[in-house]
Design a protein around this ligand. Structure first.
Ligand SMILES: [Zn+2]
Length: 266
């Protein structure tokens, strides 16, 4: 840890120095004086103008959220590229609880991010939700609502790619789902609804390694949802005197990692 911090500091120092040198250079280069015309328009940042709603703020009528600002782990955001959109795949257009059809609706692929941990479910136990049941993770849409095969046909093989949030061992593989256990055995990551899964049971995956693609696949290996990554973070916790794997709210952890990715420091 100390080593990593020291090297990070060194790199930042180097960048700061390089930045200073470039600024000095550019300043002297332009001192000859250009006349009028104004500056070229500033291109938008690659992730757009990111914004997010506070943790625990669910879509009205979709249940009561759980406000937990804990950043549980220093993860790599689980999609390779920005932009990505954390929001509800059920209560947004095209979802099973929204009358407006069309999962590609532009509001699904726009900021702000919105928490959907504890969103109403009838059968998913969740100890943090007031009813004792609720959505156990966060839904995340990729940059595109298109299928993996359509993206491949366009040569966009790096779009909607799911990567490992942290290194670990693949302990479950199903047609739509993989589960990874961290080296310290305190944390588990569940990645659901993917296609093009390219890791196998028992594989060791490195943080940031490609796992599959954002898709709409269910347990039977067939379309089941709108196109999104359902991401779960589970922590081993002492509950009532016994150690249990517990779903925790991943929103703050995802937010932390996404802001680092936007800043080019995943
Ligand atoms: Zn979900």
């Amino acid at each position: 840890m100390t080593m990593m911090k020291l090297s990070t500091l060194k790199v930042s120092t180097l960048f700061a120095l390089a930045g200073f040198a470039l600024a000095a250079c550019s300043s002297s280069g332009s001192s000859g004086g250009s006349s009028g015309g104004g500056s070229p328009p500033t291109p938008p940042p690659p992730g757009g103008n990111f914004s997010f709603l506070p943790v625990g703020t669910l879509i009205a009528g979709s249940g009561t959220g759980y406000s937990d600002n804990t950043v549980y782990r220093n993860i790599r955001f689980p999609l390779l590229k920005v932009p990505a959109y954390a929001n509800s795949q059920v209560y947004r257009p095209g979802g099973s609880q929204n009358a407006t059809p069309g999962q590609c609706n532009s509001t699904n692929y726009a900021y702000p991010w919105q928490d959907n941990f504890c969103e109403t479910r009838t059968s998913s136990t969740n100890i943090w939700c007031p009813s004792g049941k609720g959505h156990q993770g966060q839904d995340i849409r990729g940059e595109s609502c298109k299928s993996s095969s359509a993206l491949d046909a366009e040569g966009k093989v790096d779009a909607n790619v799911v990567v490992a949030a942290e290194s670990g061992t693949v302990i479950v593989v199903q047609p739509h789902y993989i589960k990874v256990q961290t080296d310290d055995e305190t944390t588990f990551y569940n990645y659901l609804h993917m296609d093009q899964i390219q890791v196998g049971l028992g594989d060791y995956v490195a943080k940031g390694q490609r796992l599959g693609r954002v898709a709409n696949i269910g347990p039977a290996g067939t379309p089941y949802t709108t196109r999104h990554l359902h991401f779960e973070l589970k922590q081993v916790m002492n509950i009532g005197g016994s150690l249990r794997e517990v779903h925790v709210n991943p929103y703050a952890t995802l937010l932390d990692s996404y802001q680092r990715l936007l800043a080019g420091n995943p």
